[in-house]
Design a protein. Structure first.
Length: 454
């Protein structure tokens, strides 16, 4: 193996907390196009000429709060040349260091000898594999173009990376097969972040929960400019408590220090299981708080709204009802957002906050037995008309929960692309109601599977 290939394999085998995906395939099947799409740039050279990518390319993408390493490999061929042997050796050295594999084929060209080699390499890796047939951009020809590849006896995904067809299904597959945060960071406790605008009482709350005067507290917006992390216990549950700098509106972020602090806050949200957004009761929730909430939702992080300084609210003659109306208006996109009212200064409402944290943690980690889940699923899919894909009904075979947090479920169906975002929202809402998962994110994925309909 070349020195360059050895360096790449060594880097892939390092104990990174990033999930890793390898893309393999014969030359000119679209590996580099997929790589560029995933990492968001044209790093790998793309030409309509077999064998353009002759070494391993590495890139990163941030997807739903996780950093994922993407490894684009050279094209495997049966030429028996020194170069083709070198590429095959690279791939066989790389695969034991990654978490999953995307094996790509060219639907236009049909099945080739090299495709059988790729299938064998992928199958023998023992890793989760997505068998992706690319360059299928004619819907009425999909089954004809897939026909040759059915001899592998595995589920196939038809796609056209250039036309962005099938990319949603690729991202769904990545989501449900890669190790999640808890698997990659098994030594970590449940992580809880405190975020919000400057001077809303984040550091005071941090001190109250951990019992220390670790964060500097002054009546000056933006006193805390770093991220503080300390292990604490709430009702005997071990938690990593993260306090972040106040997040200002972009137009108010003027110097380098404040920009760095805001970036650290966003990073803390992405790494947390639960984020507490602290707001000032007198000011009420604002558009900036809503954007923090949206950022957490995009990262699949649960949210708890903490309304602080209630002692001042009562002095000003306002009520909880006033605040609730403001919450419903500002967070209209999150209809079951959980919230608590407290005054850190008077130490009132702290017990309610701790109970809410424990309750949300329990919901995030709840496991639902598959038989119970499918009994529920049978009842639910009868409540609404089945989705339709290209004039054909989408048939559901079974539903199962993954090991990921927040609670995530895979619906195995005949046409995954037919399970629309609106239907996924319907299923998520029904699951929340049936299994008391209100106020936490619930994710629904659809994957292709044949079998007996529910």
């Amino acid at each position: 193996m070349s020195a360059l290939a050895e360096r790449w394999v060594l880097e892939a085998s390092s104990k990174s907390q990033s999930a890793k995906i390898a893309i393999i395939g014969r030359p000119n099947v679209g590996k580099s196009s997929l790589f560029n799409y995933l990492v968001g740039r044209r790093e790998a050279l793309v030409k309509n000429q077999p064998g353009v990518t002759r070494d391993i390319h590495r890139g990163e993408c941030l997807w739903r709060g996780r950093t994922i390493e993407i490894w684009d490999t050279g094209g495997v061929s049966d030429e028996g040349t020194l170069l083709s042997d070198h590429i095959r050796e690279q791939i066989e050295q790389l695969l034991p260091q990654v978490d999953s594999v995307i094996a790509m084929f060219d639907g236009r060209a049909g099945l080739c000898i090299e495709d059988s080699i790729i299938f064998r390499i992928a199958k023998e890796s023992g890793l989760p594999v997505l068998y992706l047939v690319n360059k299928i951009d004619q819907n009425d020809m999909t089954e004809d173009l897939l026909a040759d590849f059915y001899e592998f006896g595995v589920d196939l995904l038809a796609a056209s990376i250039e036309q962005r067809l099938g990319v949603d299904q690729i991202m769904d597959w990545i989501d449900v097969t890669l190790p999640d945060k808890s698997q990659l960071e098994q030594t970590r406790n449940f992580s809880l972040s405190i975020v919000g605008k400057p001077n809303v009482g984040k550091s005071s709350l941090f001190n109250e929960l951990c019992g220390l005067k670790r964060a500097a507290v002054e009546d000056q917006p933006g006193t805390t400019t770093d991220v503080n992390v300390i292990p604490i216990k709430i009702n005997e549950i071990e938690i990593d408590l993260i306090d972040t700098a106040g997040v200002r509106r972009p137009s108010k972020v003027e110097d380098h220090l404040e920009k760095l602090s805001a970036m650290r806050s966003e990073e803390a949200i992405a790494k947390s299981r639960l984020v507490m957004i602290v707001v000032d009761a007198l000011v009420g929730p604002t558009g900036q708080d809503a954007r923090l909430c949206e950022h957490a939702i995009e990262a699949n992080t649960a949210v708890l709204l903490v309304v602080n300084k209630m002692d001042l609210l009562y002095e000003a003659g306002k009520t909880k009802k006033d605040i609730i109306e403001e919450i419903e208006k500002v967070f209209h996109f999150f209809e079951d957002i959980p919230y608590v009212f407290l005054s850190v200064k008077n130490r009132s409402g702290i017990g309610d906050l701790k109970e809410m944290i424990v309750s949300l943690k329990e919901k995030l980690e709840r496991r639902i037995p598959t038989p119970e889940l499918n009994d529920f699923f049978v009842r639910v899919i009868r409540k609404a008309p089945a989705p339709v894909h290209r004039s054909k009904d989408v048939k559901f075979y079974y539903l199962t929960q993954t090991n990921q947090l927040p609670p995530s479920f895979i619906a195995f169906v005949n046409y995954p692309e037919g399970v629309t975002p609106s239907y996924r929202r319907f299923l998520a809402k029904q699951i929340k109601s049936a299994f008391h998962l209100e106020s936490v994110p619930v994710r629904i994925f659809a994957m292709k599977k044949g079998g007996r309909e529910l």
